[in-house]
Design a protein around this ligand. Structure first.
Ligand code: C2E
Ligand code: CA
Ligand code: CA
Length: 717
């Protein structure tokens, strides 16, 4: 036989909570719930008139009714329908008052897991039934001296269905309260059979109550008897095992026809689990004070739910780990106040970019994790990651300053990349770190990263160790064109790795590995030596004016012997230090300001030329730039790429050029590919260009012919 669904009327205006309740109840099979929603008190009352509602879940703060009044309105109009109050976290007191007035229970919004919600509804319905039954019974048998137990089988079976201990006290001639009846459920709560309490005075029961909680109960009882009203208290009972249990005791003083209170009926329910649940929830609801995002516990709670749901419904979800690129540097150079403001602004932007059903939490500094609870297809997570990366392209406005920050994102999908919350978070984090290694400002899927990465990486790492010995590296050179003279003034040395089996491997793929493994030191030394030797050859061929640029990576730069190494190579090859240009990126400089400044100073003293590479991609303070002994700024190719179509990029290149000139620095524009870009840069007074328009990086031997064939003239004509 089909069971009749339990009809639940949810009177709640906040759609989020309604969705939450609805979602959890709709998962229940036993009983099955039919959920009806009203957004206002008025429509709720209208709906109740149909007489088919089994229980009401009531929000006390509605558009057309507020506070305790909301409860009394419903309760007075429909006393036969049990009501559970939905409260927000800090409304416990209000909810307590509602219970004193006859509400069955209250639930803190958001705290209830499915089981708790279902239990609470079932308990409330059966408790309400018993209370009504008791009242009716008492009215019918007012004069009867027989005990409840003997009298009514119907009553007994009803009582045994209640998940709480139903009791009745009777006022004796002696003016003592006597426990006339208590159902067998007291055994589960106290570990003692009902016979221990029945026909004994109330003190036998009071003895089981924890002494510190007893006054609370006694006072509530006394007050209810005096006023002929309801009482409702939570307290602890000792269990025979030595443990204690939290109980919720809800009673009602019953008057005889003369208005004298002669009985107290009530139900004692075990709320130990629920209390623990509530405690846990208190912890859960603490939000990140800086961003007001949910904290990690709440995140994990939601992730657990999403994993469970995905498993049941055979769906997928995703966990994203997001870390701001160079956050530490921003903190170090601009101070924590700005850093904090940035975190706030980032969290606001993330919230705007994502759906309300997604959960974002911050786990440390500039690291966030994001839950996409339900995605249709795996690549949906990639779309979301792309959306976030795009959202970070606009500056963050902090104290009237525009800050740019990118981020790196790792994606783990469930159930594929893990079915436990901690593993998913760990895997998303690992993928995020790989995204960082691969150049930042990008996302990385855990599955593809790890599956290929570990093996691929191992192969690369091993062959990288041998590449130098096997002479697999080559240097290519890309010429730079001085727009003022129309002549080539220098070349940038760019490393190439020709792997015997894997073929050409781009520097962006192996330089990070070289850095991590420390191989960068020997590779870097080889590059410098080779470039300087080549420069010597060009000198002899009559290209004395050519400057050679060599890239230094961050790790190399923080190597204690760097200055000595460079000095010794210059001396050994006998080149003029002025003809050597060292390129280091903005981030390299800003990461370790103090030691960088010192090293730069030493290099400058040696006489080398110094350039800042990839300028504009990191965060540089102009103030710092002024204090560095640098000669040239290289505008990153990403700005050049879009400058003919994007007016922002155009404004940026113009600003960099003007600023550099005011600091008496030369400007190189990188990645110039088209004539339009060249014209625009010329009009902006850019000094030097480098890019495919003039020449791709080419082998050393191809440089002299290029310089002599008049290619530069053609381009500039
Ligand atoms: P980078 O220092 O910014 O080098 C410029 C990159 O832009 C080079 O990529 C170059 O081939 C590319 N490029 C030049 N003109 C154009 C253009 O018109 N359009 C486009 N789309 N790209 C252009 P490459 O050679 O793949 O090098 C990538 C990065 O690897 C370099 O970026 C540099 O950071 C690093 N790298 C290369 N060689 C070395 C080296 O010897 N030592 C170190 N530490 N890093 C190196
Ligand atoms: Ca460079
Ligand atoms: Ca560059």
């Amino acid at each position: 036989m089909e069971k009749k669904p339990v009809k639940v009327l949810v009177i709640e205006d906040d759609p989020n909570y309604f969705i939450l309740v609805n979602e959890r109840l709709s998962l229940s099979h036993d009983p099955v719930f039919e959920i009806i929603r009203s957004k206002h008190m008025q429509s709720g009352l209208e709906r109740l008139k149909d007489g088919d509602i089994d229980i009401v879940l009531l929000d006390l703060m509605l558009p057309d009714s507020e506070g305790i009044h909301s409860f009394t309105t419903v309760h007075n109009a429909f006393p036969s329908v049990p009501v559970i109050i939905l409260t927000s976290v800090d409304d416990d007191e209000l909810a307590g008052r509602a219970i004193g007035l006859g509400a069955q229970d209250y639930l803190t919004k958001g705290s209830f897991d499915r089981e708790l919600l279902v239990k609470s509804i079932c308990y409330a319905i059966s408790r309400h039934k018993v209370q009504a039954e008791l009242q009716k019974y008492y009215q019918e048998n007012e004069r009867s001296k027989q005990t409840l137990q003997d009298r009514d089988e119907r009553f007994r079976s009803l009582v045994s269905n209640i998940p709480g201990a139903v009791y009745r006290y009777t006022l004796e001639q002696s003016n003592k309260w006597n426990m006339e009846f208590i159902s067998d459920m007291i055994m589960a709560i106290s570990g003692l059979p009902s016979s221990v309490f029945i026909d004994r005075t109330i003190d036998a029961y009071f003895e089981r109550v924890l002494p510190q909680d007893l006054p609370l109960l006694q006072e509530a009882f006394r007050k209810a008897v005096k006023e002929g009203s309801l009482f409702s208290v939570d307290y602890r009972i000792r269990h025979s095992s030595g443990d204690f249990r939290w109980v919720h005791d809800q009673g009602r003083a019953i008057q005889n026809t003369e208005g004298k209170v002669t009985h107290v009926d009530g139900v004692i329910s075990d709320i130990t689990e629920r209390t623990r649940e509530k405690e846990r929830f208190k912890q859960l609801v603490s939000y990140d004070s800086l961003t007001s995002l949910p904290n990690r516990e709440l995140f994990v709670d939601r992730l657990d739910q999403a994993i469970g749901q995905a498993r049941r419904k055979k769906e997928i979800g995703a966990v994203l780990a997001l870390d701001l690129d160079h956050f530490k540097r921003i903190n170090d150079t601009l101070g924590h106040t700005i850093g904090d403001q940035l975190i706030k602004a980032v969290s606001v932007r993330l919230q705007k970019t994502l759906f309300d059903s997604d959960t974002i939490t911050r786990i440390s500094g500039g690291t966030f994790i994001i839950l996409l609870p339900r995605i249709v297809k795996a690549d949906h997570a990639e779309n979301v990651a792309n959306k976030i990366l795009m959202a970070f392209k606009a500056p963050f406005l902090i104290h009237q300053h525009e800050l740019f920050t990118a981020c790196s994102i790792g994606i783990a999908l469930f159930p594929n990349d893990g079915e436990a919350s901690d593993i998913l978070i760990k895997n998303a984090d690992a993928a995020m770190h790989i995204a960082k290694e691969r150049g930042k400002d990008r996302f990385q899927l855990y599955s593809s990263a790890i599956a290929n990465n570990s093996f691929e990486r191992l192969v690369l790492e091993n062959s990288l160790r041998r590449a130098l010995d096997r002479d697999e590296f080559r240097l290519y050179y890309q010429p730079q064109l001085d727009l003022r003279t129309g002549k080539s003034i220098g070349v940038e040395a760019l490393i190439r790795w020709q792997h015997p089996d894997l073929g050409f491997i781009p520097p962006m793929e192996f330089i990070p590995i070289a850095e991590e493994t420390g191989l960068i030191h020997s590779i870097g030394e080889w590059v410098l030596k080779t470039a300087c030797e080549q420069k010597k050859i060009w000198d002899q061929q009559g290209f004395k004016y050519l400057r050679v640029s060599v890239n230094l990576s961050a790790r190399q730069f923080h190597y204690a012997n760097l200055v000595e190494m460079i000095d010794s190579v210059i001396k050994k090859t006998g080149i003029d230090p002025q003809d050597l240009d060292l390129e280091l990126t903005e981030s390299t400089i800003m990461e370790h300001l103090e030691e960088t400044t010192e090293t730069l100073r030493k290099l400058k003293d040696m006489g080398t030329h110094i350039s800042i590479d990839d300028f504009g991609t990191g965060y540089s303070s102009l103030m710092y730039l002024k204090t560095f002994p640098i000669d040239t700024i290289k505008i990153d190719k990403s700005f050049v790429k879009d400058m003919t179509t994007d007016s922002d990029d155009q404004a940026i290149t113009q600003a960099i050029i003007s600023m550099a000139h005011s600091l008496k620095l030369d400007v190189v524009a990188e990645g110039v590919e088209t004539k339009e870009q060249l014209e625009l840069l010329k009009s902006q007074n850019c000094d030097i260009i480098q890019g495919y328009l003039f020449s791709r990086p080419i082998p050393a031997d191809d440089i002299p012919p290029l310089l002599l064939n008049g290619a530069a003239k053609k381009i500039l004509a």
